[in-house]
Design a protein around this ligand. Structure first.
Ligand code: NAD
Length: 355
């Protein structure tokens, strides 16, 4: 009988999910079952190079109940970490239906079938079982008072269809804990940056535009504030919550690193000026301000006191180092930036900048 710890991950071929899968595969005692429908944002290659004997990809939609039930039955996971979701705010404005299906109904399915699976479990395995739902700081909406941050008791006030779909799932997770005592914990993380992100999101998009010498579209005045966390720190936080979090709780996972969109773009441009200078001018000259996104949240800010006090976790990767490593990775992986993703890039909107 296998003594490995089995994780069922959903969305494990996405940006954050693949980082989580890579991290878990570093330990030979882990076995990963990944359910991912392989959307435009997925990157199967990001998991290559690891010892795949501990890894199974089930290429399917989480809304396919038979597949989810089968995966639970045949692999009998110790833990479930649910990340599968549509994740781009602009796309949620253009086509909310995908977000309702994957993010709300998909999460309902995951909760309901996992609850059925957990109910049939016995003994220590049942006692130790946990379901982690990976959510976002966007569920809290925008915070105006610069002296305040959202904590886990802050009201849920989502403003975009994406944020509303995630918030709906936060509430479903809560209800499954309260009503059925299903052992679920929610994490709400801030903006992640790092390798293998689809180049419609701010950081890889800016790098791509710079390298192509194209205009860098900035929504509104670019003064919107986001709290940036390295994806590896987020993954460490998610695993810390899995190991030490209290059931039925939510935990904010933030980077303690608030920057305006314009500041982020400036950092990237300056670093590119150093390592890949343009023939004429500076990369920052490529900036173009475009019409703001509807209901664009002005500021996200997370208090991570609960993570620090209860879980003894805080982010460790300094932004100045992490962003340079990230930029260098995209330069070394232009294939991902330009070719692999180009055909899947629905680039008819000017401002394709997330958050
Ligand atoms: P991503 O878009 O890069 O990846 C999402 C993955 O989920 C993709 O591989 C996609 O194929 C898969 N997926 C989507 N719908 C599916 C479905 N119905 N069935 C099966 N697979 C499906 O997203 P990401 O940035 O890696 O985000 C992962 C999770 O973290 C999401 O739940 C997102 O809401 C949350 N989150 C992201 C951020 C961020 O900054 N990226 C911040 C906070 C929270």
């Amino acid at each position: 009988m296998s003594t490995k710890t089995k994780y069922l991950i959903t969305g494990g071929c996405g940006f954050i999910g693949s980082c989580l899968v890579r991290k878990l595969l570093d330990d030979d005692n882990n076995f990963i079952v990944n359910i991912d429908k392989i959307s435009y944002a997925s990157n199967k290659n990001s998991i290559q190079g690891h010892d795949n004997k501990n890894y199974t990809l089930i290429e399917s939609d989480i809304n396919d109940a038979g597949v989810v039930e089968d995966a639970l039955k045949s692999h009998s996971p110790n833990y479930i970490i649910h990340l599968a979701a549509e994740s781009h705010v602009d796309r949620s404005i253009d086509s909310p239906d995908n977000f309702i299906n994957s993010n709300i109904i998909g999460t309902y399915n995951m909760l309901q079938y996992s609850y059925g699976y957990w109910s049939s479990m016995e003994g220590l395995k049942k006692k130790n079982f946990k379901f982690i739902y990976v959510s976002t700081d966007e569920v809290y909406g925008s915070i105006v008072d610069e002296n305040c941050s959202f904590d886990e008791e802050s009201p849920i006030r989502p403003n975009s269809p994406y944020a509303a779909s995630k918030a709906s799932s936060d509430l479903l997770a809560r209800a499954w804990y309260k009503t059925y005592s299903f052992p679920v914990i929610v994490t709400n993380s801030s903006n992640n940056y790092g390798i293998w992100q689809f180049p419609e999101k701010l950081i890889p998009l800016v790098i791509k535009k710079c390298l192509k010498e194209q205009k860098i579209p900035i929504y509104g005045n670019g003064k919107q504030i986001r709290d940036w966390i390295n994806v590896e720190d987020n993954v460490d936080g998610i695993l810390a919550v899995l190991n030490n979090g209290r059931l039925g709780e939510r935990y904010n996972i933030g980077g303690l690193n608030e920057l305006t969109n314009l500041e982020i773009v400036e950092v990237i441009c300056k670093f590119l000026d150093e390592i890949r200078p343009r023939n004429i001018g500076k990369y920052f000259d490529l900036i173009e301000f475009v019409k703001d996104r509807p209901a664009h949240d002005f500021r996200y800010s997370l208090s991570i006191n609960k993570m620090i006090k209860e879980i003894n976790w805080k982010p460790v990767i300094p932004f100045e180092d992490g962003i340079k490593e990230t930029v260098k990775w995209y330069l070394d992986n232009e294939n991902w930036l330009f070719y692999e993703t180009q055909e899947r890039y629905d680039g008819n909107r000017l401002g394709q900048i997330k958050k």
